[in-house]
Design a protein around this ligand. Structure first.
Ligand SMILES: [Zn+2]
Length: 348
C-alpha cells in the first residue's frame, strides 16, 4: 500500500485502535525486572590479585554510573509528585526493533502530528520555519471545547482535535471518579493572546514569551478546580487524581515542581499537554518531563513495549537524504520534535 493511501486509512485505523485500547482493561503491573549487576571477573591468580581487584572496582563504579544515568532507573526511590511515590517501571522494555522499518518516505510528504513537539523557553514554534506549526496551519485542526467539556469562563476555548478527544475521555473518567469540579480554563492561544498574557502576568515563572508557549500548538490545556486558587490546587484530591490518571489518555502534567530547572516554569498543577500513548505512560512511569523524554529517545533510539494489549514501537530518527524509515505494514504516526528529530510511533 502506498503512503498516501495509508495516511487516508489512518483515521479509521486509529479509531479502531482506540476502541481496542478502550475495550481492554488496564493490565496489572508486572513485577519489575531486577537490575543487571556487573558480572564479577573470574577468580584471579594470586599474583594478579591487586590488578583484578582494581578491575572489579572499576567495573562496579562504571556499572553504578550506567545505573544512575539510565533514564528508566532514575525514579527509583526518588521523586514524589503530589504524594504519589513513583517506583520502578512496571512494564518490561525491550530494545527497539528497527528491522521492520524497511520503507522510506520523503520528510516533505509526512503528516506531522506535532504530538511530541517541544516548545519551551529555548525552542520557539518558529524554530523549524517550514513546519505547519510555524506557518500557523494547525488552525484547521482546532475544535471548540465548550460543546463537550465544561469551561471555567463563558468564552470559547479551542483545542487540537486529538487533544480534545483525550480531554473529553479524561473529564468523563474524572466525573465517574467523583470529581465534578474540574473546568477547562485555557487551550489554544494565538501569538497575540500569548503576548498579552505574558505582558499581563507579573510572575514570569508562570508564563512563556509569545511563540514559546505550547498553548500555541493547541495541544496544551489548563484545567482549573472550581473554588480553588491556583496555589490551593496543588493539594487538592482533584489535582492529584488528574496527575495520576491523565497519562491513560495520552496527557501529561507538563510542569511538575521538581522539573523547574529543565522546563523553566515553576510547578503548574493545572497545565496538561497531549503527547499521546505510549509516550505519556512512559513519562509518568519514569517521572520524566518532555525535555528529558526527548533526550532519552535521542540517546536510546527508542523502545518497544506492550501497553493494554497493544504492542508499541517508538523509534527516534533523523532524516537521511530527506527521508525517514517507516514500517511497511503497520499503523504508525510521525511527530517532529522541533529539534531536528522525528519520532515514529508504531502499534499493532
Ligand atoms: Zn497552561
Amino acid at each position: 500500500m502506498d503512503y498516501q493511501k495509508r495516511q487516508q486509512l489512518y483515521g479509521a485505523q486509529r479509531r479502531q485502535a482506540q476502541r481496542q485500547a478502550q475495550a481492554s482493561s488496564l493490565q496489572p503491573p508486572r513485577p519489575p525486572t531486577p537490575p543487571q549487576a556487573p558480572r564479577p571477573p573470574k577468580p584471579p591468580q594470586r599474583k594478579y590479585l591487586a590488578r583484578a581487584t582494581l578491575t572489579l572496582l572499576a567495573l562496579l563504579v562504571a556499572g553504578g554510573i550506567i545505573w544512575l544515568q539510565a533514564p528508566w532507573e532514575n525514579a527509583i526511590g526518588g521523586a514524589s509528585l503530589f504524594g504519589h511515590k513513583i517506583v520502578k517501571p512496571a512494564y518490561a522494555l525491550t530494545p527497539t526493533d528497527v528491522s521492520k522499518l524497511t520503507e522510506t518516505i520523503d520528510v516533505a510528504d509526512i503528516w506531522d502530528t506535532h504530538y511530541l513537539v517541544l516548545v519551551n523557553r529555548d525552542h520557539s514554534i518558529t524554530s523549524q520555519p517550514s513546519s505547519a506549526l510555524a506557518q500557523g496551519l494547525i488552525a484547521s485542526e482546532l475544535y471548540s471545547v465548550s460543546n463537550t467539556v465544561e469551561t471555567l469562563y463563558d468564552e470559547d476555548i479551542l483545542l487540537h482535535g486529538r487533544a480534545l478527544s483525550a480531554l473529553e475521555e479524561l473529564m468523563h473518567a474524572a466525573h465517574n471518579a467523583g470529581f465534578d469540579t474540574l473546568r477547562v480554563s485555557s487551550g489554544y492561544r494565538t501569538f497575540d493572546m500569548q503576548e498579552q498574557l505574558y505582558l499581563e502576568t507579573p510572575d514570569k515563572s508562570l508564563v512563556q514569551k509569545p511563540n514559546h508557549s505550547e498553548h500555541q500548538t493547541g495541544l496544551a490545556v489548563d484545567i482549573a478546580v472550581l473554588n480553588l486558587t491556583q496555589d490551593d490546587m496543588n493539594f487538592s484530591p482533584a489535582a492529584k487524581w488528574l496527575v495520576e490518571n491523565s497519562w491513560k489518555y495520552g496527557l501529561v502534567l507538563r510542569y511538575a515542581p521538581d522539573k523547574q530547572a529543565l522546563t523553566h516554569i515553576s510547578g503548574e498543577p493545572w497545565h496538561f499537554r497531549f503527547i499521546g500513548r505510549p509516550h505519556a505512560w512512559y513519562c509518568w512511569q519514569n517521572n520524566l518531563c518532555l525535555e528529558e523524554y526527548l533526550d532519552f529517545l535521542e540517546e536510546s533510539g527508542g523502545y518497544s513495549t506492550t501497553l493494554d494489549g497493544m504492542n508499541y514501537t517508538v523509534v527516534y530518527e533523523k532524516a537521511e537524504n530527506g527521508r525517514l524509515a517507516v514500517p511497511p505494514d503497520s499503523n504508525f504516526i510521525i511527530s517532529s520534535d522541533n529539534m531536528g528529530g522525528y519520532i515514529v510511533t508504531t502499534w499493532e
